[in-house]
Design a protein around this ligand. Structure first.
Ligand code: DQA
Length: 145
């Protein structure tokens, strides 16, 4: 089973960007942490600061991955293009936020992607990626029965 993990804008700066909120690991270390956790799930990682590149990657995921985990960064709050791409593909998508978007600024409380995702994990740090991969992998196994 293959799951794609997408990180959006500014998440390439993890480790140095607001470590009090997002932790001290850089993106490479986070990806290694996620990868090391799973024995039977193959993971591919993608990061982009560009909306269109994320839309293209979501389209590519259709038919090639069993699930997608996405942290759309600030695009979460206003990108209808990413929202529509998630809706257009038939792969289940899980939304992740490292921080708790509900106890921060008001604009972060709105997600335009949540309604087209299977579920959302927010506020559990980088462990949220593991929770989301686990939930998608469980769903794929359940659907196969
Ligand atoms: C984030 C929360 C977003 O509001 C923010 O723009 C990010 C990161 C998170 O992981 O907590 O870039 O998605």
């Amino acid at each position: 089973m293959k799951i794609l993990v997408i990180n959006g804008p500014n998440l390439n700066l993890l480790g140095q960007r607001k470590p009090d909120l997002y932790g001290h690991k850089n993106l490479q270390e986070i990806n290694t942490f996620i990868n090391d956790y799973f024995k039977r799930v193959k993971l591919e990682f993608f990061q982009s600061n560009h909306e269109g590149a994320i839309v293209d990657k979501l389209h590519e995921a259709d038919g090639n991955f069993a699930g997608v985990v996405i942290n759309p960064g600030a695009f979460t709050h206003y990108s209808y293009a990413i929202r529509d791409a998630i809706e257009a593909i038939s792969v289940p998508v899980a939304e992740v936020h490292i921080s708790n978007v509900h106890n921060r600024e008001d604009f972060r409380k709105t997600s335009v992607v949540s309604e087209v995702c299977q579920g959302t994990v927010s506020g559990f740090g980088v462990y949220g990626y593991i929770m989301a991969v686990q939930a998608l992998a469980h769903r794929v196994k359940r659907d196969a029965k």
